[in-house]
Structure formats: structure tokens, C-alpha cells
Design a protein around this ligand. Structure first.
Ligand code: C5P
Length: 224
């Protein structure tokens, strides 16, 4: 039996909680980590976060926060009270430092992931590396990055950085609007800590079968 592997984070990109919870219940024994993004969060707020947490799942709140440092820090303080596991920022060094200071003060285990470059956009590695360095030096625990950059980022920043890859497509799935895509095996072999996968599961005719196929591929992969 393939069992829950919290390296796989399923993106709950749904308009409301009933569609999201239907998937969470369908995948209950297979998936222990979910990403809630702006679409679902702005529709359902903290209630959906709390409901999924009560089912014993980990939560990645993907809000890509950016504002002045004080406002970012206060937003992060509010999110930390929700007891979620990962939060995205899409911001700069001053904001990350302020956010990290709040987490230290409140002794929060929340992990901050800064976005380097959106995976829907093309980019050269030097731009990604510069964003990565700035983010980690300022105190981000990790990065959202493409599978194409992961091996080099892992080599450069070491084992402690959390490297989360969206833009993952099993070989058989459609690319949708993702540009810089890799397979689950390629992402893990490159050194990704976690994979975020949405539509290959949420839009599959059989989401359980699609999930099982991905988990099987992941379990067969060793880090390269
Ligand atoms: O493409 P997929 O449905 O697997 O996307 C999963 C997550 O990856 C989305 O919730 C989004 O945050 C992120 N994404 C991305 N770049 C895109 C499309 C989605 O980073 N072009």
C-alpha cells in the first residue's frame, strides 16, 4: 500500500470548501499536506484552514505576501496564530527580516518560503539565484523554485533550505499553463524538499489513481 508522503503537497485550487473537502476526504489516506491559495482562502477564509487542520493535515498557505516590512510582519504574525506549516512571501529582504523576527519573538514553527520567479515565466538562472540568496540571507526558511533550478540551488545553499517545486507534471499529464515543468522524479532527484501538484490530481478523471501514480513514482526516486 502506498502511504501518505508529506513531500507531496496537493494544491486545493477550488472556488469553495465543498469541492476542496471532497478531494481531501477522497485522498484522506494518501495525502497529508495541502496548499491553500488565494482563490480558496479569499472565498472561505480561516474556516477552511481550520477544517483541514482538524482532519490532521499540514497546511501550506500560499498568499505570496508583499507590502512594507511592518505590514508583512504583522500579517505573518496573524498567520502564525493559525498554526499553519508553510507560508509564501513574494517580497524583499527587509520584509523577510521583519517577518522572521516576529516568528522568533513568538517562538512560532511557521516556515517562510519566498517566491523566486513565478514558474509561468521564463527566467535565467542568475535572476533566480540572486532572489534565492537575498531571501535565505534575510531569514526565509526556503524558496519556491522551478525543478530546473533546484539542483543548482541545492548545491549552492545546502541541505537546510526548504526547496518547494510547483510546475510538476507526470510525463503523461498535460502541461496546462506551466512553462518550466519537470516530472516528480526529476524534481526529487534534483533535491526538492516538497512538490506542489494541482491540476494533474484535481482535474484527473480519477484523482486517487492519479495520486497513487505520482506517489509510486516518488517512492521509486532517490535523490541524485
Ligand atoms: O499547475 P498546477 O495546477 O499543478 O499548479 C499547482 C500550483 O502551482 C498552483 O496552485 C500555483 O500556485 C502554482 N503555479 C505556478 N505557476 C503556474 C501555475 C501554477 O507556480 N503557471
Amino acid at each position: 500500500m502506498t502511504k501518505a508522503d508529506d513531500r507531496l503537497i496537493v494544491a486545493l485550487d477550488f472556488p469553495d470548501s465543498s469541492a476542496a473537502l471532497e478531494l481531501v476526504d477522497n485522498l484522506d489516506d494518501l495525502i497529508s499536506f495541502y496548499k491553500i491559495g488565494m482563490q480558496l482562502y479569499f472565498a472561505e477564509g480561516n474556516t477552511i484552514v481550520e477544517t483541514i487542520k482538524k482532519r490532521g493535515k499540514k497546511i501550506f498557505l500560499d498568499l505570496k505576501i508583499n507590502d512594507i516590512p511592518e505590514t508583512v510582519a504583522r500579517a505573518v504574525e496573524s498567520v502564525a496564530r493559525l498554526d499553519v506549516d508553510f507560508l509564501t512571501l513574494f517580497t524583499n529582504a527587509g520584509q523577510i527580516k521583519a517577518a522572521r523576527a516576529i516568528l522568533t519573538q513568538t517562538n512560532s514553527p511557521l516556515k517562510l518560503l519566498n517566491v523566486t520567479v513565478l514558474t509561468s515565466e521564463t527566467s535565467d538562472f542568475s535572476a533566480v539565484a540572486a532572489r534565492a540568496e537575498l531571501s535565505l540571507e534575510a531569514g526565509a526558511h526556503g524558496l519556491i523554485c522551478s525543478g530546473y533550478e533546484t539542483a543548482e540551488l541545492r548545491a549552492r545553499f545546502g541541505d537546510s533550505a526548504i526547496l518547494v517545486n510547483p510546475g510538476i507534471r507526470p510525463a503523461s499529464a498535460s502541461a496546462d499553463d506551466q512553462v518550466r515543468i519537470v516530472t516528480p522524479s526529476q524534481a526529487l532527484a534534483a533535491g526538492a524538499s516538497n512538490l506542489v501538484i494541482g491540476r494533474p490530481i484535481t482535474k484527473a478523471a480519477d484523482p486517487r489513481a492519479a495520486t497513487l501514480q505520482i506517489l509510486t513514482e516518488m517512492q521509486a526516486t532517490r535523490r541524485g
